[in-house]
Design a protein around this ligand. Structure first.
Ligand SMILES: [Zn+2]
Length: 104
């Protein structure tokens, strides 16, 4: 996997867009990333936000509440970039290892 800063930065941006529901998870795809990473981005994106009773978003990584879509997106990219990349990388590996088990 390439390790350029640009590439790494994109991962949290993709995840944050999904978490903030700026893009539906089912529509997210990109030809520049391996399939397991695309799936990992979708899975992690779904986990990182929930809505409170007022329809505002809650960050599930730190519990901060009251975000608009745009607010949650910016919060995730600025505050949780490292954690998000870590989560995606672990989830990507988990998906790969699961696939290997299925093939064998
Ligand atoms: Zn947070």
């Amino acid at each position: 996997m390439p390790r350029s800063g640009l590439f790494r930065n994109r991962i949290e941006i993709y995840v944050a867009r999904l978490a903030a529901e700026l893009v539906p998870a089912s529509e997210f795809d990109t030809p520049v990333l391996p399939r397991n990473i695309v799936h990992a981005i979708r899975n992690v994106g779904r986990l990182l936000s929930k809505k409170d009773g007022n329809g505002k978003y809650v960050c599930t990584l730190c519990g901060k509440k009251g975000f608009t879509k745009r607010g949650l997106y910016l919060h995730l990219v600025r505050m949780h970039g490292d954690e998000i990349r870590d989560l995606v990388s672990k989830e990507g590996e988990r998906i790969l290892s699961k696939k290997k088990v299925c093939i064998e």
